[in-house]
Design a protein around this ligand. Structure first.
Ligand code: SD4
Length: 342
């Protein structure tokens, strides 16, 4: 786990990948050949699982599924998959989606008792005429497909939930990852930091130049039962257009849904923006419509068809992991509109 100092170190260590500055202080990071990028520091380990597929000539779709499964099975990760923090009523409910180079996509939302929602999302894509299954129907489909029914609420998550309930308000606080996250346990956490993790959004380009993406999360901790965020919504939490590139998001999903964020980023790249400029414009669209969104976090990550990568967030603290044939464990800080004290 890299701390803030480590993150800066990793950034410098990876500077060989920087191909120079574009307009107005914009940074273009270019990856060569097959590559994979993902949100937050735990994206480093996820990328390596994806790289195991890509480096053997595998398909981007297989790579992003393999990569997304890593945080889903990590018991220390309380915002993705198994061990994700529950909703305010104690139910672990998971959201995920996946999209391939042909525009095929699959998604599950509010899925309970299945540890790998990304793989269920892929089955929705490949085995049904539909794009999205939710709740009890998604669970029924997963069981029919042979996925195991499990209790996903771990003892640690239960302790954290019990602690939250002591002074819980009816509406869970949006962006609980920032600032007071972990206050009840005395373990303050920042997004992606040692005491908290966040949604993983992952984008890969394979040796054929095809792009695929995946996004998986347990959503906002202590959310209302039935709440669905941006992560399983194609165009909001993830979008891939094989002619242009792909984008994914993390943070308070409500703001991303309102602006169809990942689709917006891809469309801005189609119009000629660099990935960083497109992510920045999408963040600024959110802030323009709703200036008070400066108090929450949303981050976008994007790659274009050339392998150029960029990211932008509302607040500092966002990080993203990059991997290609030259370097498999690079972690960069995301640029942001607002700097917050760390
Ligand atoms: C959601 N975007 O459910 C996800 C979760 C997340 O910071 O990224 N939280 O809204």
């Amino acid at each position: 786990m890299l701390n803030r100092r480590g993150l800066i170190g990793a950034s410098l260590a990876g500077s060989a990948l920087l191909s120079g500055k574009a307009s107005a202080g914009e940074t273009i990071t270019k990856l060569d050949g097959p590559c994979v990028i993902s949100t937050w520091d735990f994206g480093v380990a996820a990328n390596q699982a994806a790289w195991a597929v890509l480096s053997k000539g595998g398909r981007a779709l297989d790579a992003v599924e393999a990569g997304a499964r890593i945080p889903e099975q990590d018991l220390k990760n309380h915002s993705v998959g198994r061990a994700g923090y529950p909703d305010r009523d104690g139910h672990v409910s998971l959201d995920a989606c996946i999209m391939d180079e042909l525009g095929n996509c699959g998604s599950v939302a509010a899925l309970e008792h299945i540890a790998h929602p990304i793989s269920v999302a892929r089955r929705v894509m490949e085995k049904t005429p539909h794009v999205m299954l939710v709740g009890a129907g998604a669970l029924q489909f997963a069981i029919e497909q042979g996925f195991q029914y499990e209790e996903l609420l771990t003892p640690e998550s239960k302790v954290a939930w019990e602690a939250w309930k002591k002074d819980a308000k009816y509406a869970p606080k949006a962006n609980s990852e920032v600032g007071d996250y972990g206050k009840t346990t005395g373990q303050l956490g920042t997004p992606g930091g040692a005491n908290n993790h966040d949604t993983i959004g992952m984008l890969a380009i394979d040796a054929k130049g095809n792009i695929a993406g995946a996004c998986t999360t347990s959503g906002m901790a202590w959310k209302m039962r039935g709440r669905v965020g941006d992560s399983p919504i194609i165009g909001a939490g993830l979008y891939v257009d094989n002619e242009v590139g792909g984008a994914t998001s993390t943070g308070v999903g409500e703001e991303v849904i309102r602006n169809v964020g990942s689709f917006l980023v891809v469309e801005l790249m189609r119009q000629g923006r660099s990935p960083e400029a497109a992510c920045r414009e999408a963040v600024e669209r959110i802030l323009k419509k709703k200036p008070q969104a400066k108090d929450i976090q949303v981050g976008f990550l994007a790659v274009n068809k050339k392998g150029e990568v960029g990211a932008w967030a509302i607040q500092s603290g966002f990080s993203y992991a990059l991997c290609d044939g030259k370097k498999q464990d690079l972690l960069l800080p995301g640029k942001a509109t607002y700097q917050v004290a760390s």
